[in-house]
Design a protein around this ligand. Sequence first.
Ligand SMILES: Cc1ccc(-c2noc([C@H]3C[C@@H](O)CN3)n2)cc1F
Length: 325
Amino acid sequence: QQGEVSNTPEAHDQSYLCPVTVGGQTLNLDFDTGSADLWVYSTLMPTSEQRGHSVYNPDSSSSSNAQSDNSWTIQYSDGSGASGTVYADKVVVGSVTATSQAVEAATSVSSAFIKETHNDGLLGLAFSSINTVQPTQQTTFFDTVKSTLAKPLFTAHLKKGAPGSYDFGYIDTSKYTGSITYAHVDTSNGLWEFTASGYAVGSGSTVATPYDSIADTGTSLLYLPTEIVAAYYGEVNGAMYDSSQGGYTVPCDSNLPDFVAIIGGSRHTVPGSYINYAPISETSCFGGIQANDGIGHSVFGDVFLKSQFVVFDGSNSPRVGFAKQ
Ligand SMILES: Cc1ccc(-c2noc([C@H]3C[C@@H](O)CN3)n2)cc1F
């Protein structure tokens, strides 16, 4: 089997949501290559926390099986989180079906989620080694269906301010131009982790410097080593680090330089306009590139990914591929 599912960006491309049917019930989930739990809002939550969301009701699914001994609790890098219990149920993404997928039904979600009213949960696409279910760790949707796919891969086609898609099991050559260049993935942290080998700012010269990075569809921005971030904003008149905003800001009328990441020996360019992320005030805008302090690696989030067609190759030697879209 193989299949395509549409994704739709939230405001400022802050996240991208996809329709998924769980036990015959359709929810909009945030596909996250930076985590490995499929969790959903559920009827097990306080009614007040369910308000505004589509929720999974295991009792009204004819195919749900409670995994009563299992539970889960997850924390995301922004400090938000959720927890709950586990069912096995039928999950359909596009036309790809997992007949018995671990569905992590939330009993509690943190406040940051409640206000994301279009987001009914997450579908993790990192490696199952970081799935949080205890005592019996579960597999991601991708790992559950991988052996049934024509090719053990999925692709992410995120667009700026427009619907895109995720494809499972095949590469749609109409979704990119030029060639795909690949980088080896180190799976020891359960992430799509690779080494970028350099960067350039605008038309500036390429700086060769390796930086450990992950491809993370669930992160909105592009987080890079402090010296690279300083080199970028050093080229922007009026750019400043604003501790009250927790990052770099730019004048909203800036003509921002492109950012080029060297990955797999090729240049991958983020248009400068993508780095004017969102307005803070009449004149000040939050930068789409920020420092990776405290994260432990760089994070190629949606600001970068929406300039590329990305292949997540889950073969025996996992790799990530990038092409211009
Ligand atoms: C309210 C809310 C908070 C966080 C996230 C979230 N989803 O993916 C990620 C990144 C960071 C890392 O944790 C794994 N991938 N963060 C989504 C939300 F809707």
